[in-house]
Ligand binder design. Structure first.
Ligand SMILES: [Zn+2]
Length: 222
């Protein structure tokens, strides 16, 4: 079968046999794929050093006749994030890995955009902006000006069970208009400052979202 080249980002590496890896990669034009990287854990394998998360990669692989394709070559490009943002970057990959499934054609540009949001902001608020953009892409976020249950508008909105709602429709984390303004502003520009308390609430909302949709929560150290 003819070989295929594409750009991609590494989502997961799973050891296979004594020396190989199965890699999950999100590619620019072929969506998410699983590929066999034969011998990639051998000391001398050129794949060993190149298969790192959070780097742009140019890939060449041979598609499988029936099952998984075989990775042939990887050229590692630039790192997407500064060293200080690496832990947060891994959190983004973990969320993206659950959102974009094998065989789906989208995900690459969304993941690149999320990494850019993180790279341009402090790691803590940048992580929230990045995950928020992925949740938006997945269609999980509604209009932040209205209650998602009754459609009403109020100054004292709440958040729980993956939804924004007014005080009469439920309870949960307090979501002030200032917080919503701050979140929107920070998504658009790293210069918009987000007070620490708002960042804490934003994080709680993100955790609630991930939990509601059955995704692994963010780790406490990121
Ligand atoms: Zn309501």
């Amino acid at each position: 079968m003819a070989e295929i080249c594409d750009n991609g980002l590494l989502l997961r590496r799973i050891p296979y046999g004594d020396t190989s890896l199965i890699v999950h990669i999100i590619t620019e034009s072929h969506g998410r794929l699983s590929l066999m990287a034969r011998g990639a854990r051998r000391m001398k394998s050129p794949l060993r050093a190149t298969l790192e998360p959070l780097y742009n990669m140019s890939l060449r692989w041979r598609p499988g006749r029936t099952g998984m394709g075989t990775l042939i070559e990887v050229e590692r490009g630039q790192c997407l994030l500064p060293e200080t943002h690496h832990m947060a970057g891994l959190e983004i990959l973990s969320v993206a890995s659950r959102l974009f499934r094998d065989g789906e054609l989208h995900g690459y540009s969304e993941l690149c955009a999320a990494c850019r949001l993180l790279a341009e902001r402090p790691a803590d608020s940048g992580l929230m902006a990045a995950i928020w953009s992925l949740l938006e892409t997945s269609g999980w976020l509604g209009d932040l000006d209205h209650c998602w249950i009754c459609g009403g508008k109020s100054d004292a909105m709440r958040w729980s069970h993956g939804k924004l709602h007014c005080a009469s429709c439920g309870n949960g984390h307090k979501v002030s208009l200032g917080l919503i303004r701050g979140m929107r502003g920070h998504m658009q520009s790293p210069q918009v400052y987000l007070p620490q308390q708002d960042l804490v609430t934003w994080r709680a909302i993100v955790q609630d979202m991930l939990q509601t949709h059955g995704l692994k929560p963010l780790s406490s150290c990121s």
